[in-house]
Design a protein around this ligand. Sequence first.
Ligand code: GCB
Length: 598
Amino acid sequence: MKHCKLIAIGVAFLAISGWVNSQSAMINISGRNTTCLNGEWPVIIDPTGIGDWRQVWLEKKPVKKTDFFEYSFEGGPGMKVPGDFNSQKPELTYFEGTVWYKKVVFLKIEPEKRVFIHFGAVNYVADIYLNGEHIGSHEGGFTPFQIEITKDIRAGENSFIIKVNNQRLNDGVPGLGYDWFNYGGITRDVHLIETHKAFIEDYQIQLQKHSNNTIFGWVKMNGDHKSQTIRVKIPELKIDYKTISDNEGFAEVRFKADFQLWTPEAPKLYNVIIQSESDTIADEIGFRNIEVIGNGIFLNGKRIFLKGVNIHEENPIKASRAYSEEDARLLLGWAKDLGCNMVRLAHYPHNEYMVKSAEKMGMMVWNEIPVYQHIEFSDPDVPLKMEIMLKEMVRRDRNRCGVIIWSLSNETYNFTPNRDKALIELTKNVKNLDSTRLITHVMNSQGYENNTFNVWDPLYSHADIISLNEYVGWYVPWQGNPTDTQWKFALANKPVFISEFGGEALYGSNYGPKDEAAYWSEEYQEQIYTDQIAMFEKVPNLCGVCPWLLVDYRSPGRMHPVFQNGWNRKGLISDKGEKKKAWYVMKQYFNRMNYEKQ
Ligand code: GCB
């Protein structure tokens, strides 16, 4: 076996002891010549992890019928790609381990072309073999990666074998403990991408920060002929901007136009063509300006109130990881119906269908990396992994105007210097990758005494928005009348966003609020929402709220035998799609906020 080969399309790649990442650039797959490899793939389920010892990727086959032969894809089960393996086979429901996947593709060798295999996401560690050679690895379950295979493919049959392992890791991101389902597998689309020898590797075509009419972006070429004439065309606006990329392949893009700006009410997208002498990409791009001015959030110069909802990437009806456009429409349709103009895609980057569909439906998007609660900040590899996930997320979505917020962490409550150092560094780096969007860290570190909140965290001074998960009425009992609540912020002049609140209710559990079982009833949840809404009036600089959460979701740690059974029941909608009483309270509030805060 060749030594693990890392294919870096752009600049340097990172290698962390025992952990490698196979990319340093993103090829945007929209508008490209791709071959979709989705479908039923043969698999070997490997609970004890002996496939490496058996060298599954060498695919030894018996010559004679009498040859000893016990590890094979032939005659075995299949698995749908994309899709998580846990929901596809009942015996794998709680499986956290290795599954090997195989895909055979027939290829022609075209000397003028380069070829890449692109994975939308694989949870959690992927090892990729092509024709028996290890060609790359990737860690991180929610971001795309690709590997160049130009020199590894042969004319005719090519066999890919992917080892996927979803075991939780102490030094993983997320770490060992998290309140959602650990769906493993090749959970998003797989494509082969063909490019010319020199191709457009990446681009950012977005409005300059604080501007409503000036594009300030760039195009980056990759390959043997980096300096080329670059054109950015927007036919609808009669724009045909021309520039030349330098010897590093980089071209700055700057022009003015009279755009119809993207808004939730009119989510206008333009057909944008990015062209070099050797390559062309077509993308649908919208233009908007998001900024914080004083204690408010402004979209295109107009103060807005974020009417958000939290969503996990799960189709509750199928009890599986959501991965398709249809899944996205189901989840986002509910969010739209609730009256949202924003969705928080918690707690990791969701698939591209979610981001693109939300943008098309007129909902702003909060994108987050899985830096969640129990992160091992003291391990020096962990901050590097966070950085890579951040880059992969930003590279994928930097041209999605719907994305307005990069969220860099959620409830990292071990206040150590390592935690502060890693997250402050991450904040600096995201600004280098993209300076146009808002940045936040989510905390639950408020003190709450005598019905008074004291909100502080060193990280807030590095964020554009103070995002707070508070759960009063559920984990934290009310200490007085909701309308008498006082709020004291260490930083008094920043926009405040209530990023999580709510409580659990099993749909159909209808007890009066004074009954003993009230805690899990729809009425109790409804009362939490009524009280919270009353309290929101007392939160200074409130720029938006975001219930936890849209729909019940699977979480193996939620094992109340009557009310949970493996589901977190804080949804406003049940796993069967039924709307709970609190849904109507929230919908009414959002409806009202149309007029009061805009
Ligand atoms: C939180 C977390 C979220 C949990 C939620 C809950 O604070 O951010 O991931 O699932 O609480 O249901 O307790």
